[in-house]
Design a protein around this ligand. Sequence first.
Ligand code: FE
Length: 347
Amino acid sequence: MTKSALTALALAGLAVLPGCAEEAQEGAAPITGEVNIYSSRHYDTDLALYDDFTKQTGIKVNRIEADADALIERIQSEGEFSPADLLITVDAGRLWRAEEAGILAPVGSQVLAERLPANLRHPEGLWFGLSTRARIIIYDKAKGAPEGLANYADLADPKFKGQICMRSSSNIYNISLLSSIIAHKGAGEAEKWARGVVANFKQAPQGNDTAMIEAVAAGQCRISLVNTYYLARYAGGEAKEKAMFDKVGVIFPDQSGTGTHVNVSGAGLVKTSPNRENAVKFLEYLTSESAQRYFADGNNEYPAAIGLKANSAVEQLGTFKADTLSVATIGKGQADAVKIFDRAGWN
Ligand code: FE
């Protein structure tokens, strides 16, 4: 990206964050090219990753951070002159929005196809899952393990009336979960489920995943749903967080069925990418073992590449069978899921 292009973007109100390796360091490859990343991830460990890539390849990493929808709009409005090479974001629903917006181009890479399981990447290579997170049931240990609660479906059982707290259905994590239920059981069953869960609400949907963990730990709600990386933050946190983690029980749903719902952080090549070759190199680099560790650890996620384990805080949550449904399918069902939530009164 030229300096003037960066300045223009900065003036447009986006955070422009040049990679750390402004100049070639000793023993590192001289700077021979660049790659421009538009990312909605904002973890400090991602910086170490970018630096390491520059040292290995001589390709400088420039990044712009904003939320996913703003980045997608930005790329659309920049059109053919967009400096963006790669879009990095979280949740298959947002990758789907990027796909729908027509801003991604397919990548055919043997390396990516070998390192990543087929269900965690787009079937035509429009995007690639780089780390995963599971949406799990948590419960208040002080009230004991809720009997008969093993699957997502059980959350709709009337015996849990007045015991469930959820975040809003406008949140993409719940939309993606419902989309997976539609894919497995059909829209009719999915709607019945949503209505059943709503009937069990203790309070109107409110707060984020972190608020759900704290409400359960405080005994304010008995049961909720959260993404694994939020809970892992408490497991690997300071004494105060650790104490909250110890009050929360974990259930990986659907272990004797289709497996627990998982979603991805992922990246796709932008259709107008001016540095396509560098972008593909960077994508491939992100699936290497060392990069996968950084990328997954930055947010306490599970590495997406085959055969790699999560960090110790994440491992404390337990091992589980993950749903192998294609995350691309989860993306496609978003609109139907939103309609069902509306009809069910899950605000
Ligand atoms: Fe999150």
